[in-house]
Design a protein around this ligand. Sequence first.
Ligand code: AP5
Length: 214
Amino acid sequence: MKIIMLGAPGAGKGTQAKMLADRYKIPHISTGDIFRANIKNGTELGKKAKQYMDQGLLVPDELTCDLVMDRIQQEDCANGFILDGFPRTIPQAEALRAALAGIDQKMDYAIDVDVPDENIVNRMSGRRVCTDCGATYHIVTIPTKAEGICDRCGSAVVLRDDDKAETVRKRLEVYHEQTRPLIDYYKEQDIVRTVDGTKPMEEVFADIVAILGQ
Ligand code: AP5
């Protein structure tokens, strides 16, 4: 099963993608996580990506597309994968479509996790992310057991650099301009399914599983 997670920044794509990856035993591929790992490791890609991410802008397609195309050709993707944060522009979607068409395949579902903008800034300011394993929390809705410490690995949990309110507003603007048009793009292929992302995360998950099947 090949799935794209669509939705605004902070809609819960990553939260759902991790749970879906566990359930369906397919890899979760997050371009945001790949860029953040590169930033942490001080790679050239990380240095370039950081300049854009810190401003709430998209990393250019030429730095993003090849990375994903290489990843989805790896062996663990043979039975499918979940793309989280990719594609984010029409040219990225076209690159994905062309790469899959070359091996006679196509995406099965684009799950649109729908959350209104007014909920997003609150969610992002409360989000905390583990500096080591990447687990995601929220100070109100999904708190860590011990304040500031990851339940899973015991490392520090922090506010992401791009989760400051003004950067979040920029990311939302970029989302509406460049990424939201993908909903119509995938509607034309009849693979969009929209879920209400304002529900509690277990209910959102159940709604997605009902769409994808057991
Ligand atoms: P990326 O990491 O992809 O960020 P994003 O799309 O902005 O999405 P987020 O990770 O912020 O949110 P999410 O929807 O995954 O929500 P989450 O589950 O964490 O990208 C970061 C940057 O990298 C981009 O801005 C760009 O610069 C660059 N980039 C990445 N991919 C790119 C690409 N393809 N092309 C170009 N540039 C790219 O949830 C958010 C919070 O809400 C959490 O605290 C969570 O606990 C909580 N929450 C989740 N679900 C619920 C719920 N149902 N109810 C209440 N709270 C909930």
